[in-house]
Structure formats: structure tokens, C-alpha cells
Design a protein around this ligand. Structure first.
Ligand SMILES: Cc1ncc(COP(=O)(O)O)c(C=O)c1O
Length: 385
């Protein structure tokens, strides 16, 4: 029996392990020098002015939304096809997510529906670069400016992607960008996340927020006291810190980002070539103004996902579905009073999608197995019809 091929997988090499071990043997395990070194390297990588590392992508999204000082009646637009964390960040910050339909050709937020969902309470947009394919940031920025809204890019799928020849995460067309370093993502720190941006003022706020709202910087003290022991809590923050050994792993992984993305793009290209003449399979389209970093390779099965998914799983192909639309989840249904049929793009997308294996160490042989198994399963289904 062949081993199951997962849909995504991290790649830790000996040099990654050695960089973590070096930190573990040193004096600092957390809050040492590696956190800011990782932040500086990451900011350079995505061409942002700064980066603040946190304990997860979810923590990063929470802080990014919290910094917008929202009221209970404020609304933030989020796409229906995303991981729940995108919308939960709005709930955490005490406001209301408003679910926007997606474009079934890409899985990215629908610009038409986004415009329709803007009302007097709308304060911001959190577009998700679904599967690593950049959203149309210039158009989103234009709409946001017109309505005085913030834009926080959920870049959790998109490290290594480009939009308008600039790395995603530069926040050139947005206020902030947020990344995740969960193991299936482009680089990993186990759990971990990063916020990037260009406004210095908000960077200082995130540094406080991630550590209980505390500052140790004498220039920021409000009480007029000082001393080597002294610190002040100035806002209500959290323990969203990341450790030094995680950041050492992050830096070591970051060195290989370029080759990780190149490998993902090669795998994507081979899938596209293979499915070129298959009428049952449609690949998602890539933004012509960008370059996807292919966190996922999602295909649409025109006859519906139906039993194809189960058959692939039975044959050792570890396919997944990204994502169950937000309004299908009981929590969102209840809190936002949403009904089926209200987001037709996301609903038809969900019926058809399957995420095929894609990760840098996926061998050509394994990818051939995925393609051949999919071919076999689809043929069996056609015969039965
Ligand atoms: C689109 C999206 N947003 C947010 C998150 C949350 O990131 P994390 O798992 O690091 O908290 C994820 C992670 O799966 C994600 O895919």
C-alpha cells in the first residue's frame, strides 16, 4: 500500500534543526535577539518598513483589527471563502464581520459584492489572497479610500507572492498585512505569525499589544518614573509573544523561501499542463497583475466534488477542501443571521473544489500518482453516469 500523499507539508532540514539547537543551548529561549533579527529580515523580504512577530497568524489578525479602534456597530468586510480566523479577528475586536461573496474563478473576494455590501457602518476590508493568488489590491485600495476604510491584507497564504511586481506584504496598497507560519504555510515556525506595515506609530502599538500592553521603552513612559526594573502597562494587551527558537527557525526557513516558491510554481505548472484538455477539471485563474505563491492548488470538478474526494482519499491522495464557506458554520449562521443561497459564488465554489497536494518536497513521481489517480477516479465516475 502506497503512503498517503498529504495536501501540504513543511520541510525542515538539518540546518533548520541546528539553528534551533543553537538557540536552545544559549541564554535566551524567548524574547532574545532572534525575534528582532527575524522581524528585520522579514520586513526586508516583503519590502515593508517594519515587521512585528507574534504567536500566530490569528493573533496578528486580532491585533491588526484591534488597532483600528472599532465600535460594536462597525462592520468589516471579509470573504466567504477563508479560514474562520479572518472573520473571528473582527469579533475579537468587538465589531461585526460582513461576509462578502467570492469570484468562483479565483476564490478571491468579489469586487462587485464588496461594493454592494458597503454601508454607513463599514469601516474596513480584510481581503485574503486565496491560495497565494493576489487579490486586485489597486481596486480594493481605491474603494477603501473612497469610503475612508482601512485595508488589512490576510497574507496567510501568500508569502512569496507578488502584486504589481512588489512582494505581497509590502502593504503598499493597504494599511497592514498579516502572515501565518503554521506548518502547511510557505515557511514555518511551528506556530507563529507576522504583521507588516509602514506606519511607525502603529508598529509601537503592536509591540505593546503583543506583550500585555507593556512598554519598557523609557521614551514612552507616562508616569515620569524610570529605573532598570521599571515598565508600564499602558493598554490592555495579550501574551502573543513568539519565542527566540521559533524565530531562529523562521530565519533559517526564510533563506529557502525563494526555492520553496519556485518549486510550488513548478508543481502548479505541471498540474495546469496535465489538466489542460480535461473538461471535468478547471484550474483557478491567476491574477494577471500578480504572481501566485501557490500555498494551495485548488481545482474545480465541474460535475461536482461528490464522491471524487472520498475516492481520492481511499487511494492515498490526501486531498482537502478549502474552505467551507463562513456562513455554513453554525456560529456564523447564528451570530450574523445568514441563510444558504445568500452567497451563490461561494456556495457553488464549495460544491466543486478540491485542494490537490502541493508542497516543495512533492516529487515528480508523487505528482504523477496524484494526476493518474484523479484521471482514474474521474473515468470511473463517467462510466457510472
Ligand atoms: C487565510 C488564513 N487566515 C488566517 C489564518 C490563521 O493563521 P494561524 O493558524 O497561524 O493562526 C490561516 C491559517 O490557517 C489562514 O489560512
Amino acid at each position: 500500500m502506497n503512503k498517503t500523499i498529504p495536501y501540504g507539508k513543511h520541510w525542515i532540514n538539518e540546518s533548520d534543526i541546528q539553528s534551533v539547537v543553537r538557540v536552545l543551548r544559549g541564554d535566551w529561549i524567548t524574547q532574545g535577539p532572534f525575534v528582532s533579527q527575524f522581524e528585520n529580515q522579514f520586513a526586508r523580504q516583503v519590502k515593508a518598513s517594519w515587521a512585528v512577530a507574534v504567536s500566530s497568524g490569528t493573533a496578528g489578525l486580532h491585533l491588526a483589527v484591534l488597532a483600528q479602534n472599532l465600535k460594536r456597530t462597525d462592520e468589516v468586510l471579509v470573504p466567504a471563502i477563508t479560514f474562520v480566523a479572518t472573520a473571528n479577528a473582527v469579533f475579537y475586536a468587538g465589531a461585526k464581520p460582513r461576509i462578502v461573496d467570492v469570484d468562483p474563478q479565483t476564490g478571491n473576494i468579489s469586487i462587485e459584492d464588496l461594493k454592494r455590501k458597503i454601508n454607513k457602518n463599514t469601516r474596513g476590508i480584510i481581503p485574503v489572497h486565496f491560495a497565494g493568488n493576489p487579490v486586485d489590491l489597486k481596486t480594493i485600495r481605491k474603494i477603501a479610500r473612497k469610503h475612508k476604510m482601512f485595508v488589512i491584507e490576510d497574507c496567510c497564504h501568500a508569502l512569496g507572492a507578488e502584486y504589481d511586481r512588489v512582494p505581497v506584504g509590502s502593504s503598499e496598497y493597504s494599511d497592514l498585512s498579516v502572515f501565518s507560519f503554521h506548518p502547511v504555510k510557505h515557511i514555518t515556525t511551528g506556530e507563529g505569525g507576522m504583521i507588516t506595515g509602514n506606519s511607525k506609530l502603529i508598529q509601537d502599538r503592536f509591540l505593546k499589544f503583543r506583550s500585555h500592553g507593556i512598554t519598557r521603552n523609557p521614551k514612552q513612559f507616562l508616569n515620569g518614573e524610570s529605573g532598570a526594573w521599571y515598565y508600564e502597562q499602558q493598554e490592555l494587551g495579550f501574551n502573543y509573544r513568539i519565542t527566540d527558537f521559533q524565530c531562529a527557525l523562521g530565519m533559517s526557513q526564510l533563506k529557502r523561501l525563494k526555492s520553496f516558491v519556485a518549486k510550488r510554481r513548478r508543481i502548479a505548472e505541471k498540474y495546469r499542463m496535465a489538466f489542460r484538455d480535461w473538461p471535468e477539471i478547471e484550474c483557478l485563474s491567476e491574477n494577471p497583475d500578480g504572481k501566485s505563491s501557490y500555498h494551495l492548488f485548488v481545482v474545480r470538478v465541474s460535475s461536482g466534488r461528490g464522491g471524487v474526494f472520498e475516492e481520492l482519499r481511499k487511494r492515498g491522495i490526501g486531498v482537502q477542501v478549502h474552505y467551507i464557506p463562513l456562513h455554513y458554520h453554525p456560529y456564523f449562521k447564528k451570530r450574523l443571521a445568514l441563510k444558504m443561497g445568500q452567497l451563490p459564488g461561494a456556495e457553488s465554489f464549495y460544491e466543486e473544489i478540491i485542494s490537490l497536494p502541493i508542497y516543495p518536497q512533492l516529487s515528480s513521481f508523487e505528482q504523477d500518482r496524484v494526476i493518474q489517480t484523479l484521471r482514474y477516479v474521474l473515468t470511473q465516475y463517467q462510466k457510472r453516469r
